[in-house]
Design a protein around this ligand. Structure first.
Ligand SMILES: NC(=O)c1ccc[n+]([C@@H]2O[C@H](COP(=O)([O-])OP(=O)(O)OC[C@H]3O[C@@H](n4cnc5c(N)ncnc54)[C@H](OP(=O)(O)O)[C@@H]3O)[C@@H](O)[C@H]2O)c1
Length: 250
């Protein structure tokens, strides 16, 4: 099966390509680096020629509200139209657990808009909603820093390894379209206000942490369960400690 991975040079995308190829599929990364730009449309028809499945794990270069909305809507619309022309049979996209519960976040509103375009396209699809990647912990802390202090909400948190995200996405790509959403999360139920400070400390990051129930996460306040997957979710195999040890020895 030929699978074109849009964003196949990125953190998750490169692992999806590797996994699919290891399982005997022909997985091809496509992104601006290889001349395929889903925002301008440049090189998209060429990249999709002969594809059975398209996996979209691209990300916006800018997280500013307008930029990210424009990126995901333009890119997804262009891609879905090109898939129709190319006769692609399955569109797989990565989204974020809880995106539909947090409309005050510009980034999450953009993911909801991306999901809606996919659902309303009438084309066969699978959406994999993941929780936060372990690799993203410092970026979350940076985005939560005000006057040098990291402001975090005391809420449930279930982050995961990007390897487990890639495994779930590769399985979705090799399977039949769900025409629905699969939620995935990490194996351990944690708390954001404990996990992130512990990771910062472990990495020698001296920033003070302020625990505040009104602290904003990418523009939105959080409820206790905003970011955690529901009961039907598939849980990853790699916990934080194992992930950190693997990373240290890599
Ligand atoms: N971070 C998290 O905790 C988290 C949680 C859940 C879901 N997600 C979702 O996971 C997805 C992948 O994230 P990631 O961290 O793996 O991304 P990433 O490492 O930042 O990679 C982004 C990819 O998008 C490509 N790209 C950028 N602009 C493009 C364009 N105009 N046309 C085609 N491709 C373009 C890049 O290509 P070049 O290398 O050529 O620039 C790169 O391959 C995102 O959709 C994100 O919303 C993230």
């Amino acid at each position: 099966m030929k699978v074109v991975v849009i964003g196949g040079t990125g953190l998750v995308g490169s692992k999806v390509v590797e996994r699919l190829n290891a399982h005997g599929h022909e997985a091809v990364p496509a992104s601006p680096q290889s001349g395929c730009n889903t925002v301008t449309g440049e090189g998209v028809d060429e990249a999709l020629a002969g594809a059975d499945v398209v996996v979209d794990v691209s990300n916006s270069p800018s997280f500013a509200d307008d930029d990210v909305l424009s990126f995901f809507t333009t890119s997804t619309a262009n891609l879905l139209e090109a898939e129709e022309r190319a006769g692609v049979q399955h569109h797989v996209a990565v989204s974020i657990v809880g995106c539909d519960r947090l409309p005050d976040s510009g980034y999450l509103r953009a993911k909801v808009a991306q999901e809606m375009l996919i659902r309303e396209s009438g084309r066969p699809y699978s959406i994999v909603r993941a929780t936060q990647f372990f690799e993203f912990t410092k970026s979350i802390a940076d985005g939560s820093t005000i006057d040098g202090k990291v402001h975090l909400a005391p809420v449930h948190y279930q982050p995961m390894a990007s390897d487990d995200v890639a495994a779930a996405v590769a399985r979705a790509a090799a399977g039949t379209p769900r025409n629905g959403v699969l939620e995935i999360g990490g194996p351990e139920p944690l708390r954001m206000d404990e996990f992130i400070p512990a990771v910062l400390k472990e990495n020698g990051d001296e920033r003070d942490v302020v625990v505040d129930e009104h602290a904003r996460y990418f523009g939105t306040e959080l409820d206790d369960d905003s970011l955690v997957p529901g009961p039907g979710a598939e849980l990853g195999a790699v916990g934080y400690r194992e992930w950190a040890e693997r990373r240290a020895t890599a």
